[in-house]
Design a protein around this ligand. Structure first.
Ligand code: ZN
Ligand code: ZN
Length: 370
C-alpha cells in the first residue's frame, strides 16, 4: 500500500506540566490530593495507556498504581512522556500504597463519575481522611490543548479527510451503509490511524433521520441524503467530522434541508472566537434552522469538546454561557431529522485561536459524491 502515512514526527506534548494545573484545580475544590480513576485522565496525567491503573496526585508527588501486566509499559510510557512519577506495582488491592501516600491529607478528592458505590465504600475503610466527590477537575484542564495535542488532532482530521476523498466515489456504486463504513475504517488504518474515533456512522434515506443509528445492510439509493459521521485516532487524540452527500439529485425538500444545515453550520463556526459565550454558537445554528421552519427537527446539542475522548467538555448548547477560550477544540454540528424521510448533519472540528477559529476538518461540503 502506498497511501501517505501520518508522519511519525509528532510535535511534543507537555505531559509533565499537566499535574501542576490539575493540582491547582484540586486545591480550588479544597482537596489536598486527588485520586484519579478515570483511565483517560490517568493517560492525560502520565502518558500511561494501560487498561488498569490509578493515579494519586498528592501535594508534592505523583504516583501511578498498576498491576504486573503493565510494569514495563508503565515505566516506558511515563518515561517517554517525561513525567516524574513513582510507579507502584501490585496485584492486590492497593490499600497500603494509597494509605501511605495519603498520610497527612485531610481531604481526598474522588472522581464522582468514575468511582462505583462499592469502591467508594472500600476507600472509606482505607482512608482516615475525608472523601470528597469531585467532578471535572482533570477534565477542566483537558479542555485547553497544547501544540502537541493540536498536532495529533489535526493529523487525525487529515486522515479522515483523505479517507473520505477516497471512499466518496464508491457511494455511486450502490453499496450498503456497512460497506461504506468498513471502507472508511480501513482507509483510516492504512493511513496510520490507531483506530476509528467511534463507530463510523453511515446513514442513508430514512435511516439518516436517526442521528446515531449504526450502519445497516441497506443499500444506498439514488436521490437519498447520506450522513457520514467519522473520525480517526492519532496517539490517543480524536477527530470528528460529518458530511451529508447524495447520489444523483435529491428531491427539492431534501435539498433544502441540506442547504439549511450547511448554512446554519457555517453561521455557527463564524461565532467561534475567544470570549464569545459558547451558547452563541448554538444560537446561531438554531436561529437559522428555526427560520426555515425546522426548529423542532434539530433534536440535539450543537456540539461538544473533542480530545482524548470523542465527547468531552465543553458542551456546545444553549445553557453553556461561559466564554470560549483559546486552545479549546469543539465541534459545530447542527442537524435536521425528518422521521421516515431524510436527515442532514454537517460537522467540523474547530480550534479556538487568538484571532477566532481554525477548522481542522476540511472535506468539501457538497452533496455530489464525485
Ligand atoms: Zn461526529
Ligand atoms: Zn461530534
Amino acid at each position: 500500500m502506498s497511501e501517505p502515512q501520518v508522519s511519525q514526527a509528532l510535535v511534543p506534548m507537555d505531559v509533565a506540566g499537566r499535574s501542576e494545573r490539575v493540582r491547582a484545580a484540586a486545591a480550588e475544590a479544597e482537596c489536598d490530593a486527588l485520586l484519579v480513576a478515570n483511565l483517560v485522565n490517568v493517560r492525560y496525567l502520565t502518558g500511561f495507556t494501560g487498561s488498569a491503573g490509578l493515579v494519586w496526585l498528592g501535594a508534592d508527588e505523583l504516583v501511578l498504581v498498576t498491576d504486573r501486566r503493565y510494569a514495563e509499559q508503565a515505566e516506558s510510557e511515563t518515561n517517554r512522556a517525561g513525567v516524574e512519577i513513582r510507579i507502584e506495582i501490585t496485584n492486590d488491592a492497593p490499600k497500603e500504597i494509597l494509605a501511605a501516600a495519603a498520610t497527612g491529607a485531610g481531604r481526598i478528592g474522588l472522581e464522582a463519575a468514575s468511582v462505583s458505590w462499592a469502591t467508594q465504600r472500600q476507600y472509606a475503610e482505607w482512608f482516615s481522611a475525608e472523601l470528597v466527590p469531585t467532578t471535572g477537575v482533570v477534565e477542566q484542564s483537558r479542555q485547553i490543548k497544547d501544540d502537541g495535542e493540536l498536532d495529533r488532532m489535526a493529523k487525525a482530521a487529515a486522515i479522515a479527510d483523505a479517507a473520505l476523498a477516497e471512499v466518496r466515489p464508491m457511494l455511486a456504486d450502490g453499496p450498503s451503509e456497512k460497506e461504506v463504513a468498513l471502507s472508511l475504517d480501513t482507509a483510516f488504518r492504512r493511513r496510520g490511524a490507531e483506530t476509528s474515533a467511534f463507530t463510523t456512522i453511515v446513514a442513508a434515506g430514512p435511516n439518516a433521520a436517526l442521528p446515531h443509528i449504526r450502519p445497516t445492510e441497506r443499500p444506498i439509493g439514488s436521490g437519498e441524503l447520506v450522513i457520514v459521521d467519522m473520525g480517526a485516532v492519532v496517539d490517543g487524540y480524536r477527530s470528528d467530522m460529518t458530511r451529508t452527500m447524495a447520489v444523483g439529485e435529491p428531491d427539492h425538500e431534501a435539498k433544502r434541508v441540506f442547504e439549511t444545515v450547511r448554512d446554519a453550520q457555517q453561521l455557527g463556526v463564524e461565532q467561534v472566537a475567544p470570549g464569545t459565550p459558547i451558547s452563541d454558537v448554538d444560537k446561531a445554528c438554531r436561529n437559522r434552522i428555526e427560520a426555515d421552519g425546522w426548529g423542532d427537527a434539530f433534536v440535539h446539542g450543537t456540539g461538544h469538546g473533542v480530545g482524548l475522548d470523542i465527547h468531552e467538555q465543553p458542551w456546545v448548547r444553549a445553557t453553556a454561557t461561559e466564554p470560549l477560550e483559546v486552545g479549546q477544540v469543539i465541534t459545530v454540528e447542527p442537524g435536521i431529522y425528518l422521521p421516515g424521510f431524510c436527515g442532514a448533519r454537517v460537522e467540523d472540528t474547530v480550534v479556538v485561536t487568538e484571532d477566532g477559529a481554525r477548522r481542522l476538518t476540511h472535506s468539501p461540503k457538497t452533496l455530489a459524491v464525485a
